[in-house]
Each structure stands twice: as structure tokens, then as C-alpha cells.
Design a protein around this ligand. Structure first.
Ligand SMILES: [Zn+2]
Length: 571
């Protein structure tokens, strides 16, 4: 009998601890790392031999911010993430999810998710199993379905609030003391079952509220009060400060947001993962202020971590289904409803006047950057091809119209099929380097499984290595692997993942640093109900192992599903 199931020979090992890289071999047995050796292990001792000469051998990546709750049910590899070396990920972010949900409220829950996270409704309807009601039952489903990645789940507080109060009440009034107590009881049950903490999005109901419900109203979590948030933090404290909190909070007063998020860390005694920190090329004080706060909070003993967006924040979309202008009242108004309804609203002269007024005098939408800089990436009609490559400002000059009229006339003429690109505004490499100067910033808001027709941030793991490390040398390779695996594992309370270490499960990536890259964006028709999404694949990953089994070899899926549900506290 072979001593190992697999040996990875002669690789350059970067183990995630920030120990300097070294040449060595890894022996895998029964899904775990049996040995890491600076000596060459004899190939004869293994059933499978991976020649890693010239390749990097590193821990699989851990992605803490995803919305694969629906997609994992039809895509065991949670792509893009599975393609990009992610071996463990967390679902249930931002307070959104599907448990607990009563059977009669399932359609409404999917409608919410079709806008707030822009997951196609028909895909969810066709692809979700819906064989659970409670959160513990949902975890059982997650445990049972085939997975090519390991999965944890937050307890998203939105469904808890709706379950206890009802959707309308949860949006329009504060919970009573007994309702809060009932939510805390359900939260405890969910954490007992293996939830890794709880999550919420608090964006209020104003300009910062860019991720809204199906009907344009804020999500229930956006309207939740400090009192219930603190009660949920207290639940973690009473459980011995186990688990952690993920919070996306940005209302109109950043100082108040920072103070409150830190308060959650203080009350819970747990790590709080704050979303999100990103560079704004034009306003470097924005990320510096947040980073100074995180350092100060940590110095005060409050475990605040920042989740950093480290890839370009550009968007590619059509007005057929775009939602990320929802913080601007008039843009939200004209981008709600069916294509026919949106078109009618865009043709309405009062709406036009309001759009022009926003263009001329309004605040810059926070997710897209200024409307004048949007670019027509492609047109549906051949006769409109002269518009391709033009910014909205240029479109105005070209047509002699107000830029808003030039834009809206074009997209209405094309039945909202015009493809728009919003240029990234977080691209300054030097500023991006500053994001990694804190010990407490975790790269990665992949938003995997969400906004599937607009973004491909799931490539962040690959791009962090190529852009931050290989091309700009903002971080060393040792630091990059620490940030992509060990730090998120430590922060999120994983017991035995995030490193290459003897005895740990063998979640391993073997890749060619020189030739690593994300492939160009493309459209894939691979979602249920014939729906499409934007994707970017990866090149350069030679082997990706999850629990000792290869899931991808040279980008080809092996169709093995070694991923596990990781119940918090036991895995
Ligand atoms: Zn999210």
C-alpha cells in the first residue's frame, strides 16, 4: 500500500505563515497533509505524483464574502471562485439568505435576491432545491449536496427579522422586546447548528442605499436599529465570544458608522469584518481614514478587520436589469420594473428633467462613479456603432443633446440592450499598496454569486497575486498567501485551515506564478433556465486540491466533489 495518496514533488512551498518560501515536497494521505518535507519524497511512495518543479505550492484560498447561497445548489464549484483557487468560502453575507423562510415566502425571498444581489430570478426558481425551512435544515442541505469547495454560512439576520416580524413590519417599525428575544433564540439555534457568526447590511434608506429590495425599498437589514444589532452582538458574547460578525455599513455619517461597528466588536468580544475598504483614486483620505480607525480600534482591544476590494471596481451592464444606481432617487425610479416599464419611465419628460438635474448638480453615485464617465461598450443595433467607445459626455457632444438625453435615447432605442461600462476608480497601485500596510485588512470582496451580469470580482485571488504581488510588488508572495488564506481563516475562526501544515486538511493550490492570469471577461450561458452571466476564468493553476482531492487540473474540472460543510467550532 502506498504511503501517500498524492505527493507534490519539488515545489516552491509558500505555506501561508509568512515563513520564507522553500523547496520541498508535500505528502497527502486521507485528505490531509501527512508530511511537508524539504527532502524529495520518493515518488514510489504515492499513488499519484504531481511534479511541481518551478511551481508555487500554497494553501487554497479562503473567501469570506460570497453570495453563492443559491448558486452552490447548481454549481458545486461556486465559480468563479472555484476556478480561482478558492477552496473554502462563506455564504450568507450582508444579512441576506434563504433560511429561515416559510414555503409561502420563498418567491418573495428570491425576488429580493434578484435585485439586491442581482441573481437571475428564473435561475433561482429552477435551480434551488428548497427542501429546508429553518436555518439548521438549510445547513443539512448544504452538507448533503455535492460540493467542490468547503462551505461555511453566516446566519444572515434579514430572514430572522422577516420570520419573526413579517416583511412589512420589519421594514416599517422597530421590533418589540419579545420579538428581539425570539430573534436571539433563533440566532442561538442557528449558531448551535454551525453558523459561523451573523451578517448584516446597514445602508439606511438614502443615498448610500445602493443594494435595495425588489420594489426599490430598503432591505429589512437597512432599516434595523442599533438596539437589535447590539442584542445580536450580545448573543455572541454570551456564547463565550465565539463566531464573528460581517457588516456592510455605510449611512451618511462615516464617523457614526465607525463608532458603531467598533461597539459591536466591543460588545460581542468577537472579530467584526467591516465592508468594504477600497481606494478612491481621487480621494485617498477615504481609505486612510478607515485604516487609521481599524488600527486604533485594534489598539483599543476591539477586533475590527477591514475587507478590502483589491480588484478594479468597474461594472459592465445593461439598463435591462441594472440596480446599482439605486441610491440616486431618480435613477432608481427609472431602473425599477420590467423593460417596458423602465422604458416608459425613461421616456417621461419629468423623469428626464430630473435625470438631467442629477447629471448637472447631483452627487456622484457611489458604486458607478460619475455618469458622464460611463462608456458605451457595445450597442445592440449596427446603426448605433458610432457610439461605441464614447463616454456619456462625448455622446452628448456627438449628438448635440444633453448627455442624459443622448444616453437615454440610445438605450431606449435599443430596448435597453446597450452595454455600458463604468471605468474603475480604485486603480492607483501605490494607494492600493497602502491597503495592505495594516495587519488587519483582508483582501477579497468577491461578491461571488452576486451581480452576476455586472461584475467578475471572484477573480480577486488570482489578481491579488498577479497585480499586488508579482507585477507591483506591493506585497511579497509570502505576505500574499498569508492574506489570502491564513488571515481570513484566523479571523473567521477556522480551526485547521489556511496553512500548509502537517495534519491539516489538504486544501492546496499548485500554480505557475509567471503565467498566472485571469482570462478576459466573457459571457457564459451556464445558469439554470438558460440564463447567462459574466465570467472570467483563470490560467496558471495547475492543480487545485480540496481535502486532498484534485478539483481542477490545468483548468479542467475533475468532477470530484470533496468539499464539506464546515460547521463553525468543529472544523
Ligand atoms: Zn455582499
Amino acid at each position: 500500500m502506498a504511503q501517500f495518496d498524492t505527493v507534490i514533488l519539488n515545489g516552491t512551498i509558500v505555506d501561508g505563515t509568512r515563513t520564507p518560501r522553500f523547496q520541498g515536497s508535500v505528502g497527502i494521505k486521507d485528505g490531509a497533509i501527512a508530511v511537508i518535507s524539504r527532502e524529495v519524497l520518493p515518488a514510489a511512495t504515492a499513488s499519484q505524483v504531481v511534479d511541481a518543479q518551478g511551481l508555487i505550492v500554497a494553501p487554497g484560498f479562503i473567501d469570506l464574502h460570497t453570495h453563492y447561497d443559491a448558486q452552490i445548489q447548481w454549481d458545486p464549484y461556486a465559480t468563479l471562485s472555484g476556478w480561482h483557487g478558492v477552496t473554502s468560502l462563506v455564504v450568507g453575507n450582508c444579512g441576506f439568505g434563504f433560511a429561515p423562510v416559510r414555503p409561502e415566502e420563498r418567491d418573495r425571498a428570491m425576488l429580493s435576491m434578484s435585485r439586491v444581489e442581482s441573481i437571475p430570478f428564473e435561475s433561482m426558481k429552477a435551480g434551488m432545491l428548497w427542501d429546508w425551512i429553518t436555518f439548521p435544515e438549510w445547513l443539512s442541505t448544504l452538507e448533503r449536496i455535492p460540493k467542490g469547495v468547503n462551505v461555511l454560512s453566516y446566519v444572515p439576520v434579514g430572514p430572522l427579522m422577516i420570520w419573526v416580524m413579517g416583511l412589512e413590519a420589519a421594514k416599517s417599525r422597530r421590533p418589540t422586546k419579545s420579538e428581539i428575544a425570539e430573534m436571539c433564540r433563533l440566532l442561538n439555534d442557528a449558531l448551535d447548528a454551525g453558523g459561523c457568526g451573523w451578517s448584516t447590511q446597514r445602508l439606511g434608506d438614502g443615498f448610500m442605499s445602493v443594494q435595495r429590495d425588489y420594489d426599490g425599498t430598503p432591505m429589512v437589514t437597512d432599516m434595523m436599529g442599533d438596539e437589535e444589532c447590539l442584542a445580536f452582538a450580545e448573543v455572541l458574547r454570551q456564547r463565550g465570544s465565539t463566531g464573528h460578525i460581517q457588516i456592510t455599513q455605510a449611512k451618511d455619517d462615516i464617523h457614526r458608522d465607525m463608532a458603531f461597528v467598533e461597539k459591536l466588536a466591543e460588545v460581542s468580544g468577537c472579530p467584526v469584518l467591516f465592508n468594504a475598504i477600497q481606494v478612491n483614486n481621487y480621494h485617498p483620505h477615504q481609505h486612510r481614514r478607515l485604516m487609521d480607525w481599524i488600527e486604533a480600534a485594534q489598539a483599543r482591544g476591539n477586533q475590527v478587520y477591514g475587507q478590502a476590494i483589491t480588484v478594479g471596481n468597474d461594472l459592465t451592464y445593461t439598463f435591462e436589469d441594472f440596480n446599482l444606481l439605486d441610491g440616486v432617487d431618480i435613477w432608481r425610479e427609472v431602473t425599477l420594473g420590467t423593460v417596458a416599464e423602465r422604458k416608459a419611465k425613461m421616456l417621461n419628460e419629468d423623469n428626464r428633467a430630473a435625470l438631467r438635474d442629477h447629471y448637472d448638480h447631483g452627487r456622484m453615485p457611489i458604486t458607478t462613479g460619475p455618469v458622464r464617465e460611463f462608456i458605451v461598450l457595445d450597442t445592440a443595433k449596427p446603426e448605433n456603432k458610432t457610439c461605441v467607445g464614447k463616454s456619456i459626455a462625448q455622446l452628448g457632444e456627438m449628438t448635440g443633446k444633453h448627455p442624459i438625453d443622448a444616453l437615454v435615447d440610445l438605450v431606449v432605442d435599443e430596448e435597453l440592450q446597450t452595454t455600458i461600462f463604468t471605468p474603475p476608480f480604485n486603480t492607483d497601485a501605490e494607494l492600493n499598496g497602502e491597503l495592505m500596510q495594516s495587519e488587519y485588512t483582508v483582501p477579497g470582496v468577491s461578491d461571488g454569486g452576486a451581480h452576476t451580469k455586472f461584475i467578475t470580482l471572484g477573480r480577486y485571488t488570482t489578481d491579488f497575486i498577479t497585480d499586488f504581488c508579482r507585477d507591483h510588488q506591493n506585497v511579497s508572495l509570502e505576505e500574499a498567501h498569508y492574506r489570502l488564506s491564513a488571515l481570513p481563516a484566523k479571523m473567521a475562526g477556522f480551526r485547521d485551515r489556511g496553512l500548509l501544515k502537517e495534519g491539516m486538511p489538504a486544501d492546496v493550490v499548485v500554480y505557475d506564478l509567471e503565467n498566472l492570469r485571469s482570462t478576459p471577461p466573457e459571457v457564459a450561458f451556464d445558469f439554470p433556465a438558460s440564463e447567462w452571466r459574466r465570467i472570467q476564468k483563470a490560467e496558471g493553476y495547475r492543480w487545485i486540491f480540496v481535502n486532498g482531492e484534485a478539483t481542477f487540473i490545468d483548468g479542467e474540472c475533475t468532477h470530484k466533489t470533496p468539499g464539506r460543510l464546515l460547521r463553525h467550532g468543529t472544523a
